[in-house]
Design a binder for this molecule. Structure first.
Ligand code: MUC
Ligand code: MG
Length: 367
């Protein structure tokens, strides 16, 4: 089999309400749909979310790097020769989500060619993932209302609260209101997207002591090496690396430097191949992982479920899988259902992200 053609299709779908966080905000899914066509008629698909505030990529840069660098380098290769393809992609530094999307599309081809669900090919541990919902910046009472609604509508009982605001009291109040309103049995953890300094994060941990928060993600820039290490040493809860650790090499560097002691895996920026390396590294070292959300569409969410459910270590905690619900529409032909707080693995060959062609024609921006 050979890669014949690659499409990088820019599209935009509005959000019903913006998602705000310390490093930026999202008001529309201005993503890129990647489709890898083979000479045998199999097409692999993946969604690619530009996150300039996280990786420096834009919708235009993703389309450009795929059309001008990656496609010319890998057209003609066998899509199953993934190591060979990654060797070509790796000659270009960064461009995390463009590489991640291509990798997922290749795995989608692999699964379809083998007639097997990719989740089973990756490990086949379980057939569903529990869902964690990500709460963006809002006044404390609105946060609680949203969390209660998600709990009653979808059975979700794990929430990641976006923090990193100043004054610190805004987020401290939100933590107290959520714990009081949700009760002791709800898992609540925080993600500051580098909004604080390490010392501010320590102060927040002091002022939320006793609330049973389970994790703190990217409290400050990982470049604050010494003070972040001090935070990791002093924190009673794991400090999770997210945007600082898109590759296995970054994970090694941050864990060895003491910049974090838990790792967020995101398939959107690591694909399945690099995510597998990261997971192996973490399980080998005894480091907990979470399955994160790159503010994914339903196509991206299915990819996260595919990888997360494939392994014991990545399915232990609830994965961040519900923020597509803030979007006004989606390209996935068969919508995702969240039932009893969980999403099932698609039991079809490949990843299972069949595209609704009518919707794609409506939302694509290149025609
Ligand atoms: C997260 O976990 O940080 C916000 C920015 C980004 O790149 O991903 C989201 C969620
Ligand atoms: Mg994060």
């Amino acid at each position: 089999m050979k890669i014949e053609r690659i499409e990088a299709i820019p599209y935009s779908i509005p959000y019903n309400k913006p998602l705000k966080f310390a490093s930026g905000q999202v008001t529309e899914a201005d993503h890129v749909l990647i489709r890898v066509h083979t000479d045998e008629g199999i097409v692999g698909s993946a969604d690619t979310p530009p996150r300039p505030y996280t990786y420096g990529e834009t919708q235009d840069s993703i389309v450009a790097v795929i059309n001008k660098i990656f496609a010319p380098g890998i057209i003609g290769l066998d899509p199953l020769d993934r190591e060979k393809i990654h060797q070509v992609l790796g000659r270009t530094i960064h461009n995390q989500t463009a590489k991640g999307g291509l990798d997922i599309a290749l795995w989608d081809i692999f699964g379809q060619a083998a007639g097997m669900p990719v989740s089973q090919m990756l490990g086949g541990y379980t057939d569903s993932m529990q869902v964690s919902h990500m709460l963006g910046f809002q006044p404390a009472q609105k946060l609680l209302d949203e969390a209660l609604r998600f709990r009653s509508d979808y059975g979700i009982n794990t929430f990641k609260l976006k923090v990193g605001r100043r004054p610190l009291a805004l987020d401290i109040e939100a933590c107290h209101v959520l714990r009081e309103g949700l009760g002791a049995d709800t898992d609540i953890y925080l993600d500051a997207n580098r909004g604080w300094t390490a010392n501010e994060a320590l102060e927040v941990l002091r002022r939320t002591e006793g609330l049973g928060l389970s994790l703190l993600e990217e409290p400050c820039d990982a470049k604050e090496t010494m003070s972040r290490k001090r935070l990791v040493d002093k924190s009673p809860i794991p400090i999770v690396g997210d945007e600082s650790v898109p590759t296995a090499g970054d994970v090694s560097r941050e864990l060895l430097a003491g910049g974090c002691n838990a790792i967020c895996i995101k398939t959107a920026r690591s694909g399945f191949t690099e995510a597998t390396r990261i997971l192996g590294l973490c399980t080998g070292l005894g480091v907990d992982v979470t399955m994160g959300n790159q503010i994914d569409t339903q196509i991206g969410t299915i990819a996260t479920v595919t990888f997360g459910a494939a392994h014991e270590a990545s399915s232990r905690r609830a994965g961040e899988l519900s923020n597509f619900l803030d979007m006004s529409d989606d390209l996935l032909a068969e919508p995702i259902v969240i039932k009893d707080g969980a999403i099932g693995v698609r039991q079809v060959p490949g990843v299972g992200a069949a595209i609704d062609e009518t919707k794609l024609a409506h939302y694509r921006q290149d025609t």
